[in-house]
Design a binder for this molecule. Structure first.
Ligand SMILES: [Zn+2]
Length: 233
């Protein structure tokens, strides 16, 4: 099995890095230079979190400079948050700059969305993107899930899971992530595969195929054997 963590902020150092998974590390534009030399195996997403979108011109200018780097495989996390961060007068234009960059460079967007689904759907309709938009840490209810599927969103699943929604999402629209969670990526794969009653090996193969399709330059990790997984979890 190959394990991919498409959205994480958790820092592994070279000597405690687990070779059995490949990550897309989320970094701020100004962190990228140092991060890219510290994590040779992993890929990056780079953007400005909506919480910090106020006074983000310097970060944005720098993002524009570095985003074409081959190690940056996605733009974000970016998006909208109704509970935290500046007003939408600030968040929305910053989010739209990320969308423009994603379209210009042909790189997918990693989306953070809290209680702003109408606005998110509206912006997607307005901008009509060609690139995949992946909602990270997704745990929405079935009604919302149906709407988002209809609009063409993809989903990354972490430790919190809405099982009823999981039954609705086609496997080719799914990814897994650890974000800032305590569960390991292998525990998250196991929990997610169980939620859709799929054998973990089959599930991992499907997620790996999604990663190769959406993030073709992410390097494969060392394969992991299920016997070890049973012992570990
Ligand atoms: Zn995150």
């Amino acid at each position: 099995m190959e394990f991919y963590d498409v959205h994480t902020h958790q820092i592994f150092l070279e000597d405690n890095d687990d070779p059995y998974h490949s990550c897309i590390f989320d970094v701020y534009p100004l962190e990228f230079e140092v991060a890219k030399d510290s994590y040779h195996r992993h890929a990056f997403s780079c953007g400005i979190h909506p919480w910090y979108s106020e006074d983000s011109d310097t970060q944005m200018a720098y993002l524009n400079e570095i985003a074409s780097n081959i190690r940056i495989v996605a733009i974000g996390e970016t998006g909208l948050d109704k509970l935290k961060g500046p007003s939408f007068d600030i968040q929305i234009p910053v989010f739209k700059k990320h969308i423009e960059l994603s379209e210009k460079l042909g790189k997918p967007v990693i989306i953070h969305c809290v209680k702003a689904w109408e606005e998110l759907i509206q912006i997607r309709k307005e901008t009509d993107p060609t690139q995949p938009w992946i909602i990270h840490g997704y745990r929405g209810k079935p009604e919302l899930t149906k709407r988002l599927l209809h609009e063409g969103f993809l989903f990354s699943i972490g430790d919190q899971i809405n099982v009823a929604s999981m039954q609705l999402i086609p496997i080719d629209a799914l990814f897994c992530e650890t974000d800032e969670d305590e569960m390991t990526i292998r525990e998250i794969y196991l929990q997610t595969s169980q939620a859709i009653n799929m054998d973990i090996e089959e599930f991992a193969a499907k997620i790996a195929a999604n990663v190769r399709r959406v993030f073709p330059s992410v390097k494969a990790p060392k394969p992991y054997f299920s016997k070890e997984l049973e012992e570990e979890i």
